[in-house]
Each structure stands twice: as C-alpha cells, then as structure tokens.
Design a protein around this ligand. Structure first.
Ligand code: AMP
Length: 378
C-alpha cells in the first residue's frame, strides 16, 4: 500500500461524509482557506449544503457513491464516528484518508473503547459486557447499583441507555434486552462535573490541545458548555496528559473530543471518545484563535498545528427545536450573542438546531442572564 505522508493545499478538494452541523462548520473553515468541498449526505438540503461546493445525495452506507466521492477528492474525512470501517478501508485505494480506521473502530464499540482505555491505564467506570441477556440481575450484582445499561454500538445523546437504580428498573430494560444489540452495564459515576477536551493532531504528529471545557447535560443532551473549566491546575494537567496519550495511541488525525467525569472525591474517569469535532467544542470558534474545525481541516491536510490560544472565557448554549423560535426573536436585541443556525429544514423537540456562544469576563453572570431569558426552561 502507498505510504501517503503528504500535505493537501488550498485549491484542492476535501470530501466529507456527512453534511450535518459538524460537516457544515468543517466546510466553513475549509472554505476560508479556499478548499473545494464535496459533501455526501442523504439529504440534499443538509446543513452543509448552504456552504459546500457540492452535495452528493446518498445514504452513508452507499458504497458506490462513497467510492465516487473518493475518486473526486484529494482528502476524505467524516463528521461522525459511525462510518463503515470496511468502506473507509476500500476507498483508501482512491484517495488520502489520513484519519485511517483505528480511532473509528475503537470508538464505534463501547466494549472495544473501554478495553482500549483499560489497556492504556486510563481511568474508567467499572463495567461488564452482558453475555447472557437472560440474567441481567447477575451483572447488576457484579457492577452494583446504580448502573447504566448501554448498547455497545450506535448509541448517542443517551439513546440506547437505561439507568438502573433498583431491581425494579430491570423491567425498563426489557426492550434493550430483547434487541439484538450487544450491551454493557456500567457503574454510575457520582460526578460533580463533566468536562471535555478537544484535541487535534496531524499525520506528522503535531498535537494541539484546546482549553478544557465544562459541560452540563439535560436529558443526556449537551445543554451548556463553559471554557475554561473551573478545575484545579493539577486536574487540568491530569486531563491533558490522558488526552494526549489517547490521541497518540489512537494515531489521531484531525480533531477529536474526549469526555470525562470528575467525581466528588476528585477522581477522574474517561467516559467517551468521539474521533471528530465535538458539540462542546463549538465555542472554540469565537473563544480561541483557531477553532476545532480549523484544526480539523489543518490536521487532515497535514498542515503544521500549534496550541490554540484562549482569547476569552466563553459560554455556549445549545438551541434545540423547542428554543429556536424564541432565540430568533430575542436575537434582534442581544448584541453579544454569537448565534449559529444550522439551517435544518425541520424543527423537532430536542433536535439540535443551532447554538449561541457568548464571550464573557463573568461566566456566572452570563449563565444567569441566559436563564433569565426563560427560553431554556423547556
Ligand atoms: P454517553 O452517551 O455515554 O456519553 O452518555 C451520555 C450522558 O449520560 C453522559 O454525558 C452523562 O451525563 C450520562 N452518563 C453516561 N454514563 C454515565 C456514568 N457511567 N455515570 C454517570 N453518568 C453517566
């Protein structure tokens, strides 16, 4: 196989599998540098369609169309981690795919992800793989209550998860147990804070780590992100050390998000790895001199990377279907809001429609002001 170690230059073509908001924001960064961008997405009106040069309308598992895309681009990337590994391996014959498949394969399966983390001595919550679905109780006794039953593949934003607080909750897990999905049971971490790290790397090994981000979820969907996270210097160093080791061991290229829990005793756990730009990192667009999308594009093009600088503290709040109308109304008077609208055709409850970022000298005051709008009460 050809050993590609090359750089992609402005004017050349980037192919992106997936044209959602992540694909859209990647495209915006790429267009600033005058790359040509072709996106593949099942929807012709996907968020990236307003900014990309071209959209190939095809399902993500349409191998023929992905092969066609690969023949037309100088480098191929993806905006989500559930891209078929076999397809990516196949199209390597046609184009530069510097991200490879190691990070994809590991992050697509929670069992592989946890085994990878354990093997490299990263702290994780206790877990077991469910091998006998008729005997959940045995596994609950092993892990301890409270615990969470999760599908090993395909879960996102809390989909495919059941929290088990007592044996009575076993009933709630019946449909997951009846499904064909591989499952794991994971101990609940009584965390005091969730944080994420965005880290970017290129094929030459330059690594750039962003300031740590503090996250709050609602119904398992990211609600608010704050940077820099309100943690000690020691914790920051420990998180960065874990993130850098994970990036190196995964042979990361492009941008990746890593989610962590910090428990009440200041113990750190790695929760999840996402080998792509991450929702919490959207605030880097305004808060840093280079955004997570800028460094994704630079990373996959094998351009030199440097550690991004934080320009100012920032708060980002997600705009879901139930918020967007009021957000648009208030936008007219909110002069400090950086509003990003993904341009999705259909608005639904809990669907990510956009986000607002605020740069601030006073994070608490900014959060209080956002609360006072009452938009995010629902
Ligand atoms: P995940 O899809 O695994 O990232 O889970 C989504 C959200 O569920 C996380 O961001 C946490 O808020 C919560 N969660 C998941 N796993 C755990 C756990 N082991 N302990 C506590 N909370 C969890």
């Amino acid at each position: 196989m050809t050993n590609f170690l090359k750089s992609i230059k402005p004017g050349q073509t980037i192919g992106i599998i997936g044209g959602g908001q992540l694909g859209q924001m990647m495209t915006l960064s790429a267009k600033e540098m005058n790359f040509k961008v072709i996106v593949l997405d099942p929807s012709h009106n996907c968020p990236a369609s307003t900014v990309a040069d071209e959209v190939i309308e095809a399902e993500y598992d349409d191998i023929e169309e992905i092969i066609k895309l690969s023949k037309r681009c100088d480098v191929l990337t993806y905006e989500f981690e559930n891209v078929d590994v076999k397809t990516i391996n196949k199209v390597k014959e046609n184009t530069y795919v510097p991200q490879g498949t190691k990070a994809l394969e590991i992050s697509q399966n929670r069992v592989m992800e946890k085994e990878f983390l354990k093997r490299h001595n990263h702290p994780i919550a206790d877990f077991v793989e469910i091998k006998d679905k008729t005997n959940l109780k045995k596994y609950i006794d092993e892990v301890g209550i409270p615990c969470i039953l999760k599908t090993a593949t395909g879960g996102y934003d809390g989909h495919g998860q059941v929290v088990i607080n007592s044996e009575k909750d076993i009933e709630k897990a019946s449909s997951l147990l009846a499904s064909k999905a591989r499952l794991i049971l994971e101990k609940v971490v009584d965390f005091k804070m969730e944080v994420s790290v965005i880290i970017s790397r290129n094929e030459s090994g330059d690594t750039a780590i962003f300031p740590i981000i503090e996250n709050q979820h609602r119904e398992n969907i990211l609600h608010i992100s704050i940077t820099p996270a309100r943690i000690t210097k020691e914790m920051e160093q420990l998180i960065n050390k874990n993130a850098e080791e994970i990036a190196t061991n995964l042979e990361l290229v492009g941008t990746m998000g890593i989610e962590f829990f910090i428990d009440k005793n200041n113990k750190l756990y790695v929760n999840e790895i996402a080998p792509r730009p991450h929702n919490s990192g959207h605030l880097t667009i305004e808060a840093c001199d280079f955004s997570q999308f800028d460094l994704h594009i630079k990373g996959i093009c094998n351009m030199a990377l440097q550690r991004p600088q934080l320009l100012k503290s920032a708060v980002m709040i997600n705009v879901l279907g139930q918020h967007i109308d009021q957000v648009k109304d208030l936008l007219i008077q909110e002069n400090a809001w950086h509003y990003h609208d993904y341009g999705k055709q259909e608005s639904r409850h809990n669907r990510k429609m956009g986000h607002v970022t605020l740069l601030t000298d006073d994070v608490e005051k900014t959060i209080k002001e956002l609360k006072e709008t009452k938009i995010w009460n629902k």
